[in-house]
Design a protein around this ligand. Structure first.
Ligand code: SF4
Ligand code: SF4
Length: 270
């Protein structure tokens, strides 16, 4: 009798759906993958979806209201392995910058003065602030080959490890000229996770930090260097937290740095 194939789900909460598109972009590889697994839930791509049980559930996007919190908790109960895919799911994404805006102003802007009174304060949360997350796949959007390799690793009984090396390392390996040190352009490569092949610096653009910061990153040296180059602590914070406002270790470091500057890091986004 044929053994049942592992059941996979791919679902999305608040984001741009770019991670799901990235997976769809696998095309031929996705068809090969279907020999090994059953995709039972991929609402963006197919009909007749089944809400679990899942052997692996990939979840894109961040959580922005109570309804989504409840939905995610229900999905978690049905998943053996839950994987956060993309920067929104892992660190809150660009929309989590909203957490650094004045709550009252956000509600008035969104619902008007009267409407604001009826709506609760909403904070943007990465998945792990609501449920247990087993694995994280970084980048904005998630790298389609990271997704593919992850499924293959899990099917083989293992799990991939994040590289935890800075973008600078891959940038140097490519022989790029450093636009940060030579032209003073604010580049986040020294403290951000590699794995992208230093894509942006290889096209003469600064690293924006879409994969989040590495563990035990040299924040101190990076921030001091940026201050030396004339950037304000507000600018530096906006750059460092652009995609990853809920990166706890980075946020904690920046709070202390603001204190050193005699300021309180609170609502710095207008
Ligand atoms: S991580 Fe990036 S690509 Fe994925 S949903 Fe969020 S904004 Fe879109
Ligand atoms: S350009 Fe950016 S990523 Fe490349 S070496 Fe310089 S700081 Fe690092």
């Amino acid at each position: 009798m044929a053994t049942a194939k592992p059941q996979i789900g791919i679902v999305g909460f608040t984001g741009c759906a770019g991670c799901q598109l990235s997976i769809l972009d696998l095309e031929d590889e996705l068809l090969d993958l279907l020999q090994l697994v059953d995709i039972i839930d991929f609402r963006m791509a197919m009909t007749g979806n089944k809400e679990g049980p899942y052997d692996i559930l990939f979840v894109e996007g961040s959580i922005v209201n109570e309804k989504q919190e409840e939905e995610l908790k229900e999905l978690r109960k049905k998943a053996k392995i839950l994987v956060a895919i993309g920067t929104c799911a892992v660190f809150g994404g660009v929309q989590a910058l909203r957490n650094f805006m004045n709550d009252e102003q956000v509600r008035v802007r969104q619902y008007g003065t009267e409407g604001a009174k009826k709506h609760p304060v909403i904070k943007v949360k990465p998945l792990n602030q609501v449920v247990k997350v087993d694995h994280y796949l970084l980048e904005c959007p998630v790298n389609k080959y990271d997704f593919l390799n992850f499924v293959k690793y899990v099917l083989a009984g293992g799990a991939p490890k994040l590289p935890n090396i800075p973008v600078c390392q891959q940038c140097k390996e490519k022989g790029n000229r450093c636009i940060f040190l030579e032209d003073g352009i604010l580049c986040m490569g020294p403290v951000m996770q590699a794995g992208c092949g230093a894509l942006c610096p290889s096209h003469n653009l600064p690293c924006d930090g879409c994969r989040g910061s590495i563990l035990q990153a040299a924040y101190q040296q990076q921030v001091d260097l940026m201050l030396e180059k004339g950037a304000s602590i507000e600018d530096i914070t906006r750059h460092l937290l652009k995609y990853t406002a809920e990166d706890e270790q980075l946020k904690a470091f920046l709070r202390e740095k603001w204190k050193e500057q005699g300021k309180k890091m609170e609502y710095f986004i207008e």
